[in-house]
Design a protein around this ligand. Structure first.
Ligand SMILES: [Zn+2]
Length: 95
């Protein structure tokens, strides 16, 4: 374990393809920065866990229970991943 915890899906979820709006399923265990491909249009997307999407209601509930809202090991339950277009790999012959 490093100090930099990686977000990881704890359940199967579905997100929309930003290109064609098709359902893209993300299975449990999908990690931050993982590349997924749209089943419909083959568009490549990167899974981004954005802490700004943190479910505030959930955080408030934890505070009331006396738990730390910033416990990173539990954040993956409330941080909702978004799909962004995968960075295009330029044909970089130089390096
Ligand atoms: Zn698509």
């Amino acid at each position: 374990m490093t100090s930099q915890e990686q977000y990881c899906l704890t359940e199967d979820i579905t997100r929309k393809c930003p290109e064609c709006d098709a359902d893209v399923s993300l299975s449990r265990g999908t990690r931050d920065a993982e590349i997924v491909t749209c089943p419909d249009c083959s568009f490549e997307m990167e899974v981004v866990f954005d802490p700004s999407t943190l479910n505030l209601g959930e955080v408030a509930k934890r505070v009331r229970k006396g738990e730390s809202p910033y416990d990173v090991s539990k954040l993956d339950l409330t941080v909702s991943p978004t799909l962004v277009p995968a960075p295009q790999e330029d044909e970089d012959w130089g390096e």
